[in-house]
Write a protein that binds this ligand. Structure first.
Ligand code: ZN
Length: 315
């Protein structure tokens, strides 16, 4: 066990060294702009983790995002590494084993949750994952962060300190309106090179299309979740509109998404957070997992070309 850790540790370069690798590739900016990489969430369907990895690999993807969802993150990363995927970011669990809402309420649940986040950030470091995506709350209107601001601030402080210690970026995801207030609250209280945004275009156009995230987060966007929906919030649960379809299968204007990515100055991997089994499952029922992934790859590539072209235009 010890041996593995040591081996992984030496494989992970400190940020300063990684930067110099980037600088060495600066000779070819054009290809970077033209060939934006794409990736997909391993939780696209229900074939199981290992089988999903194989199917994703067979579809041609090189990059993945892992939604931890209460499972053993180290084990998931170890398995994924065997398939030689690049894993730019993981999505930390927001409901298992502890609801992320506990960040905002003082007590033992909060302490356990923070400890758990810190441990998982350390795992990210060990496996060379650059960014941990985190929700600041679980569901809309389930809590009021203003009731115990001190508890929330203490939680974020401890998690951010761990992110700085292990040099892992912490990307808070935009969720819905009240939770965008959480983002504002967090970013008003903390400044750190390790603190940034995970821009979720599905949540943006479903819950808060009027918000211009680039105003606050230009240059601070560490991760993206790209997926489609009908931009309609059904009553009584607006989250049921969060369909996680393939780009083009809903009503989101992806030209606007591309513009937003440019304004956010996001240069990273275009990560699809699409699901075969969520709100648009009727559309995908007749497809096999492999067919769904082939389609996802096609749509992702199309998006990557458009993003590349828009970056070129703005050069
Ligand atoms: Zn998301």
């Amino acid at each position: 066990m010890k041996k593995t850790n040591e081996k992984t540790k030496t494989a992970v370069k400190p940020a300063s060294k990684r930067k110099s690798v980037t600088q060495r590739t600066e000779m070819k900016p054009k290809s970077t702009e033209q060939e934006r990489e794409i990736g997909i969430s391993v939780s696209f369907g229900k074939p199981g983790f290992k089988k999903s990895l194989k199917l994703i690999k067979d579809a041609g993807f090189k990059n993945i995002m892992i939604l931890e969802n209460g499972r053993n993150l180290a084990r998931l990363l170890k398995t994924a590494r065997k398939f030689e995927f690049n894993i730019p970011y993981v999505h930390l669990s927001y409901k298992k084993p502890f609801s992320v809402n506990s960040l905002w309420v003082n007590g033992s649940a909060r302490e356990k949750l923070v400890k758990n986040f810190v441990a998982r950030i350390e795992v990210c470091k060990k496996y060379g994952v650059d960014t941990a995506v985190i929700h600041c709350a679980r569901r809309v209107n389930e809590l009021d962060y203003t009731l115990d601001k001190e508890a929330g601030l203490e939680s974020i402080k401890e998690i951010l300190q761990a992110a700085e210690k292990y040099n892992v970026k912490l990307a808070f995801e935009n969720l819905n309106k009240p939770e965008n207030e959480y983002l504002n609250f967090i970013f008003a209280n903390f400044k750190s090179p390790n603190l940034g945004l995970c821009y979720d275009c599905g949540h943006h156009f479903l819950h808060s299309p009027e918000v211009d995230f680039s105003k606050q987060f230009a240059g601070r966007c560490f991760a993206v979740h790209l997926h489609d929906n009908m931009t309609v919030q059904p009553a009584p649960d607006p989250w049921r509109g969060d369909l996680h379809g393939l780009p083009g299968d809903g009503k989101i204007d992806f030209d606007k998404v591309i513009k937003n990515l440019a304004q956010l100055n996001y240069k990273g991997i275009l990560m699809l957070e699409c699901s075969k089994v969520s709100g648009l499952s009727d559309t995908y029922n007749s497809m096999s997992d492999a067919e769904f992934l082939a389609e996802a790859y096609k749509r992702g590539k199309k998006l990557a070309v458009s993003v590349g072209q828009s970056s070129k235009k703005s050069l």
